[in-house]
Design a protein around this ligand. Structure first.
Ligand code: V47
Ligand code: SF4
Length: 383
């Protein structure tokens, strides 16, 4: 904890006309939790400069200038999916499965073997919900990766994929998660959360696991000693109040389990999907959201900007609005965002490029593992 930070008096000055915002700033400085109503006031009345300065104060109090990244690659077993989320540009229905891809165990092991001898620390496995890829198939995959390269951290499956494969195997969530852990699963990515409010889910992803189901799967993972991430898909038809409700439910579960590693806001991208008529949120709105998330969720240590979805320059900007993590090198192994219209058509950055991106905005690059243990602090320019 680096607490020699001074919150600029001029910023308190800036909200002098708004006693509620001033009180919120004072609470945050005293390290007191803000309420849902106060979170909403930040969204509704907080100017970008004020929110950024307050979020940056919180970020630097906890992390100083450190900005984390990891060396990872993705495996996307399939983009065939039984669900039809309106925002998804990536999936293909089972009826049109010939337009998508379905990887065999051997093809996925070829991807793993491609990284033999490379200093990657994590494989991130996530894809569509394929009716024929079952729990045993994924247990076999995990076992094979573990046998091939035991130290490679296996992070896998959104709660949506888990809910389907475990229910199909006729197991309870507790039994299914225990079986996956036994096979080698070590942590969960944060996907599938979207916006928890059911009225929004009914519009954008009516048929997949609901908020309680998502939270129950993550709580079960935490109880089994696994960590997980949490996401929020924003910038479509949700209101500020629904964003606060979403973050509040995560904050409540985190109070109970402490199992969330990081929170990842995911900006809705509108290319080639059924919600393509909606405009995308502006950069100002993106930055405001990161700032409010940093201030409101006081118990999840890390706030991640996922650069393949935001684009590198916006990701870089977020580092002044509460963000302390940029995910990983990725090596062009994910298609979710390039298919949805991201600027990053070939999402891959070398460690040097990531470090340069971080350094050029005067932050300190730190390579981490999946659980945020520090692997290397890049104090000096690499030789
Ligand atoms: O749940 C899908 C999102 C998620 C679009 O845990 C979209 O480290 C924007 O969760 N526009 C899956 N977002 C990916 C995910 C993730 C990504 C990176 C890191 C981690 C982590 C998790 O992607 C889905 C959905 O919310 N998504 N389509 C779209 N058009
Ligand atoms: Fe399937 Fe996930 Fe796309 Fe929804 S977001 S259609 S669950 S792949």
């Amino acid at each position: 904890m680096e607490s020699n930070q001074q919150f600029p008096e001029s910023l308190i000055e800036q909200v002098k006309q708004d006693p509620e915002l001033q009180q919120i700033a004072e609470k945050v400085i005293r390290e007191e939790r803000i309420t849902e109503a106060e979170g909403l006031a930040l969204f509704e009345r907080g100017e970008l400069n004020f929110l950024g300065a307050l979020a940056n104060f919180v970020r630097e109090r906890r992390h100083g200038n450190k900005t984390y990244f990891n060396r990872n690659f993705h495996i996307e077993p399939t983009n065939v999916c039984i669900f039809t989320c309106g925002f998804c540009s990536y999936s293909r229905t089972y009826k049109h499965k010939e337009d998508g891809w379905e990887l065999s165990l051997e093809q996925m092991m070829d991807i793993v073997r491609k990284y033999d001898g490379e200093p990657v620390t994590e494989v991130h496995i996530v894809g569509g919900v394929h009716p024929k890829m079952n729990l045993q198939f994924f247990c076999d995959l995990l076992e094979r990766i573990k046998a091939h390269r035991p130290e490679l951290h296996r992070k896998g499956f959104t709660a949506v994929e888990l809910d389907y494969m475990i229910r199909k195997a006729k197991l309870s969530i507790e039994e299914g998660m225990a079986k996956l852990k036994e096979a080698g699963l070590q942590s969960l990515p944060g996907g599938g959360a979207e916006i928890f409010d059911q009225a929004i889910r009914d519009e954008i992803c009516p048929d997949k696991v609901d908020a309680d189901g998502w939270l129950h799967i993550h709580e079960t993972a935490h109880n089994l000693g696994m960590h997980s991430n949490a996401t929020m898909l924003y910038g479509h038809i949700e209101t500020y109040a629904q964003r606060i409700d979403h973050m509040s439910r995560l904050r409540t579960l985190q109070d109970k389990t402490g199992g969330f590693n990081c929170f990842i806001p995911l900006k809705f991208r509108n290319k080639d999907n059924d919600m393509g008529h909606l405009p995308e949120s502006s950069i100002v709105e993106d930055l405001k959201l990161y700032a409010v998330a940093r201030i409101f969720i006081d118990n999840i240590a890390n706030l991640k900007a996922y650069w393949p979805m935001l684009g590198r320059q916006t990701a870089q900007l977020t580092l002044d609005y509460g963000v302390n993590d940029l995910d990983g090198t990725i090596d062009d192994t994910t298609k979710i965002y390039s298919m949805a219209g991201s600027e990053e058509q070939v999402p891959a950055m070398s460690t040097e490029q990531l470090c340069e991106l971080i350094r050029s905005v005067k932050r300190l690059p730190v390579e981490r593992d999946t659980l945020y243990n520090e692997i290397h602090v890049y104090e000096e320019e690499p030789a």
